[in-house]
Design a protein around this ligand. Structure first.
Ligand SMILES: CCCCCCCCCCCCCCCC(=O)SCCNC(=O)CCNC(=O)[C@H](O)C(C)(C)COP(=O)(O)OP(=O)(O)OC[C@H]1O[C@@H](n2cnc3c(N)ncnc32)[C@H](O)[C@@H]1OP(=O)(O)O
Length: 236
């Protein structure tokens, strides 16, 4: 066997194997966290109905499985309704008339998202920030809607495994003729966020990561792609 044929064995130091000391929150703990977010902020969790795709897979199957379903998309309670764009010339109606220019994504970073020892993988953080801006630009996940064209992530602090994260995103500019939307997102510690809100403290929360993104709306929808539909629209 030549040296080039030898298998490359990477000895991972035992210390980098984080025990499952950060168990995934129970259903009750997780929904309690989401309900607290909903009651402190003017947002409601979005439920996804994929029945028309005849699939049991969820829209964000990748993040859903990575987080063991401890992920929730929340949108402002302001009605997401047809014609809402008429009231605000600065907001594009995204072709189908549903608008949202901000979104919140709550996620539990459990042991399955480990990157560096004890910390969350940077790719997982980037995915969360991207999905959050995506939700703000394309809340119905429409195939003719906006897609990520560029994403820049600034990692400011290592997100510890076992954290509740809250990302919020805002689309700050839409340029309809060129089909572009620019958005930003920030990731903070969810428990610290709720505590500071509930204690009425106004100090700035540490930001773990922030992203800026360019989303572009395709000229044509990809054939065969089906949009997800939001259920409980009346709640939004
Ligand atoms: C548990 C409960 C679940 C609930 C759940 C609910 C929903 C949950 C939502 C999740 C939300 C996830 C959201 C993830 C978002 C993705 O991950 S999207 C996937 C990753 N991105 C992609 O796959 C995009 C791939 N790229 C493409 O499809 C195309 O290249 C693009 C980006 C759409 C552009 O398409 P195009 O129509 O050919 O655009 P084109 O006419 O060439 O350009 C238009 C303009 O944009 C500019 N542009 C285009 N591309 C670029 C670029 N890359 N860089 C710079 N400028 C560009 C052009 O220069 C042009 O500018 P102007 O000349 O008009 O000034």
């Amino acid at each position: 066997m030549t040296r080039a044929d030898e298998p490359l064995v990477w000895q991972v130091p035992a210390v980098s194997r984080v025990p499952l000391a950060a168990p995934v929150p129970t259903d009750a703990e997780w929904s309690g966290f989401i309900r607290r977010l909903e009651s402190r902020y003017d947002v409601r969790q979005v439920q996804v109905d994929n029945t028309h795709t005849k699939s049991t897979r969820r829209v964000s199957d990748f993040l859903d499985s990575a987080t063991r379903s401890r992920i929730a998309y929340l949108l402002p309670t302001t009605p997401l309704c047809q014609g809402a764009a008429d009231a605000d010339d600065d907001v594009d109606d995204n072709s189908a008339g549903y608008v949202a220019d901000r979104a919140i994504l709550a996620v539990y970073f459990g042991p399955h998202m480990q990157g560096p020892s004890g910390g969350v993988h940077g790719g997982a953080v980037a995915s969360v920030l991207d999905a959050c801006i995506g939700m703000a630009t394309n809340p119905l996940s429409q195939p003719e809607g906006y897609l990520t064209a560029q994403l820049t992530v600034n990692y400011r602090r290592m997100m510890p495994l076992g954290s509740y994260g809250v990302a919020w995103a805002r689309v700050f500019e839409r340029d309809d003729p060129s089909r572009k939307a620019y958005g930003i997102a920030r990731l903070v510690d969810g428990q610290a966020l709720l505590a500071s809100r509930e204690n009425g403290e106004s100090h700035r929360l540490p930001v773990y990561a922030e992203a800026s993104a360019l989303f572009v709306r395709r000229k044509r929808a990809v054939e065969g792609a089906s949009p997800a539909s939001l259920t409980q629209r009346s709640r939004l």
